[in-house]
Design a binder for this molecule. Structure first.
Ligand code: SAH
Length: 357
């Protein structure tokens, strides 16, 4: 009897596939289908997600033939740091070019002991906060998990290069609403935290949301281990809807209920980001509403400085008003920090990311 070896005929050369869209199991299956050992899939997966390889050529524990075969079938669509700007305070802003030419921004924020990466989750943003420069770009598309991961790697490299230490923290406070790109966000964080990925602790990652109640509940159901921050800015519906119009569809009562659910499931403290503007939320009743909103669980309020965007419709409240907030919050045992912005000279501060560079 004659045995014929199976010949795998690949169709006429079609567009190469993005290898980072494949799970580890799919890579293992791919190798098995090619008549190779499954563990080759693990090796490639490590090159991609642990060692952040940009090409197949560097995968030196694979034979030249296998590397060639991978190159014939796949691409690695890694991002390119198109332009890097450094602020006088040490903050670095990267304009990051994606494989289709679109640009997002990410920021490296150094402090004495930490380096924090502020990364984007969407090109533009789906929400319409009146005080935010990114909102004006509208949402062009969601970032893929690898595009989120690559921003983190780029900042880690810069931190090692300029500050002699690895990245320590990640905040999803760049462009976009992370919870409107839920699946890709979770996949990216998985690669960043998994031992076969970058191995960072999820406790050093904060996802910031404008407050999408259904998705906050989903985070709780999915038992995520990272931290949650909510950009609240007002705990009074009428006021919040004026400055964050989507609040009309996701009112504070729904947000509050979702946060209660989050706290019940995770026991994890909630951080609120809050800007105080003249004539908008600068009265005692505003601070008291904030206390009523957040005192159900251990909370921290970060009062952040307003970074003016072009048109001058919003003005930062005076320091005395911020002190009034501090007093009201502290009296109610709510932790409060009043933060100064970083990287303002290069438009890298909160809400200033709008591809101006
Ligand atoms: N969409 C998410 C994450 C991105 S925004 C969210 O809203 O949380 C990051 C933070 O910057 C948010 O707290 C946002 O409210 C704040 N922000 C937006 N524009 C700002 C501005 N001009 N000055 C100060 N903070 C701003």
């Amino acid at each position: 009897m004659i045995f014929y070896k199976y010949i795998i005929i690949t169709p006429m050369k079609s567009a190469k596939k993005d290898i980072r869209a494949f799970t580890r199991e799919q890579l293992r299956d791919f190798f098995v289908n090619q008549g190779e050992k499954a563990f080759r899939g693990n090796q490639v997966y490590e090159w991609l997600w642990k060692k952040s390889a940009h090409s197949f050529e560097v995968m030196t524990n694979l034979s030249k033939e296998i590397r060639q075969m991978l190159d014939d079938n796949f691409v690695i669509n890694h991002i390119k740091v198109d332009r890097m700007q450094r602020s006088i305070d040490g903050t670095i802003k990267n304009a990051v070019q994606l494989h289709d030419g679109l640009i997002v921004e990410s920021v490296l924020i150094p402090t004495e002991k930490r380096t924090t990466a502020c990364v984007s989750s969407q090109v533009g943003c789906s929400l319409d906060c009146k005080f935010c420069a990114t909102a004006r770009l509208k949402r062009m598309r969601n970032l893929n998990p690898d595009e989120i991961y690559d921003q983190v790697v780029a900042i880690d490299n810069e931190s090692r290069l300029y500050y002699n230490r690895p990245l320590t923290n990640i905040v999803f406070m760049g462009m976009g609403e992370p919870l409107m790109n839920y699946n890709n966000l979770i996949k990216a964080i998985d690669k960043i935290t998994a031992p076969e990925g970058l191995g960072m602790s999820p406790r050093r990652i904060t996802v910031s949301t404008s407050g999408v109640p259904k998705m906050i509940k989903k985070l709780a159901d999915d038992k995520v281990k990272f931290k949650l921050a909510v950009s609240l800015h007002s705990a009074i519906d009428e006021v919040r809807t004026k400055i964050m119009p989507f609040n009309e569809h996701f009112p504070l009562s729904d947000l509050r209920e979702a946060l209660q659910y989050w706290y019940q499931c995770t026991g994890s403290r909630i951080t609120y980001e809050y800007v105080v503007w003249k004539g908008i939320n600068d009265q005692k009743k505003d601070a008291e509403a904030l206390v009523r909103f957040c005192k159900f669980a251990p909370s921290k309020v970060n009062i952040i400085e307003y970074n003016p965007i072009d048109d001058g419709g919003f003005h930062q409240a005076e320091p005395a008003i911020l002190e009034m907030y501090r007093e009201v919050l502290e009296k109610n045992n709510i932790t409060v920090t009043i933060r100064r912005s970083r990287g303002k000279d290069i438009d890298a501060a909160c809400g200033q990311l709008a591809n101006k560079s």
